[in-house]
Ligand binder design. Sequence first.
Ligand code: NAD
Length: 496
Amino acid sequence: MVLSVQLKTPLTGEYTQPTGLFINNEWAEGVDKKTFEVVNPATEEVICSVAEATEKDVDLAVAAARKAFEGVWRSTTPQERSVLMYKLADLAEKNLELLAAVESLDNGKSISMARGDAGAVVGCLRYYAGWADKIEGKTIDIAPDMFHYTRQEPIGVCGQIIPWNFPLLMFTWKIGPALCTGNTIIMKTAEQTPLSALVFANLVKEAGFPPGVLNIISGFGKVAGAAISSHMGIDKVAFTGSTLVGRTIMKAAASSNLKKVTLELGGKSPNIVFNDADIEQAVSWVNFGIYFNHGQCCCAGSRVYVQEGIYDKFVAAFKARAEKNKVGDPFAEETFQGPQVSKVQYDRIMEYITSGKKEGATVTTGGERFGNKGYFIQPTIFTDVKPEMKIMQEEIFGPVCAIAKFKTEDDVIKMGNDTTYGLAAAVHTKDLNTAIRVSNEIRAGTVWVNCYNMLHHQLPFGGFKESGIGRELGEAALANYTQSKSVAIRLGDALF
Ligand code: NAD
């Protein structure tokens, strides 16, 4: 197979798209020479084919990562790691437009959002570059004839498996804390969206990272993903994706070498609007909460609870707002919503819409395909949604919002917590007491007040309940990639 192809985006013109596996800083075809096609979700046309990693390629990547971990990366000082990461961030910034364009082409997200993602990639890399030389242990005073201290050591070779909704951003959330703490990586991207990470791989090499430190492979979950999670030579696996696959990964880790596991899984997050909220603001944030990234966010505000005093007014204003969202060509500057990522996701979402209609919820707007080419779906609002309906219970991962009415604060806390998930929530109110009381009572890893989706690399993110294990971002993520070693030194020469 060819290891790169010339592709075009409306934004950048022609560019070189790597298509191989990036192992040991080299481009390679897979051992079994398999490939798979990557589809443009806006046109349903094949963009190109890329190498598909199998178990044998995972073995090669693990060997490269192990060698780097025990060799060159171990003897690299924290500050040298930091400098490399800053260089990588600078290169990402220099190539921001290209990275954003490739992301739009492959994932279908609107170019303005892709630029936002690429900017966040730069910020996240710089944040973790700054941490590299600030990982510290402690001295612990126990007895005068002893000296005790702890070291925070890297875990080792880390497998990282990411989804397709934020291909580059999820990539960076994972590599940032892993690299700055001195680990090496085998990254498996999602089969729907391998392209931006492959472009990024060239930057990794250009920044000067030693071979084997960061290996990037494209491939399928059941093959390459499963090989990573059950590999005896991998010390830790970090995963973002569905709760179903999260369970599979934990089982594989448990029945192989008990590798450490962190999971960032799904959600069905409540977005709560009280009578005293600023309606115009709340409408805007609820709209952004569900339709940002076409509803393909683990933290999407997909259950909207509106207090009875403003329910009708809110629904009318939200309907008008959602109908104004510009759906269409991801490369058009004014586009807010592009296509869903794949035919599989499109079909899954349309099935949920059909189920909502069958179960008796009211379609207030949307509910149909948008256009006749590409995997576009109209921004959809269901009202009169009952707690037991599938569209209120299950993660849809599309531009579909379920609205219900509530009476009291106690009622809405119960409704908000009536889920197996616990990733995020939001409260819209002008009353600080209400905001704080409800934030405290909602069982979720993040609560936004009078806003939504305001994520930042300095702030931990992750799930309560079945939404995950561990926290990404912020200082908290360093704990996923370090392990504490206690050293106890006996002082003097008194006989024991
Ligand atoms: P998925 O969980 O199947 O895929 C996510 C990643 O896991 C991909 O890289 C995939 O190749 C890999 N994977 C799949 N099966 C695996 C296995 N057995 N072992 C190891 N790795 C495996 O998600 P999907 O099928 O693309 O989407 C299905 C649903 O998952 C969506 O509708 C949505 O509800 C949810 N989802 C959540 C997130 C999130 O950010 N939490 C992201 C994507 C999808």
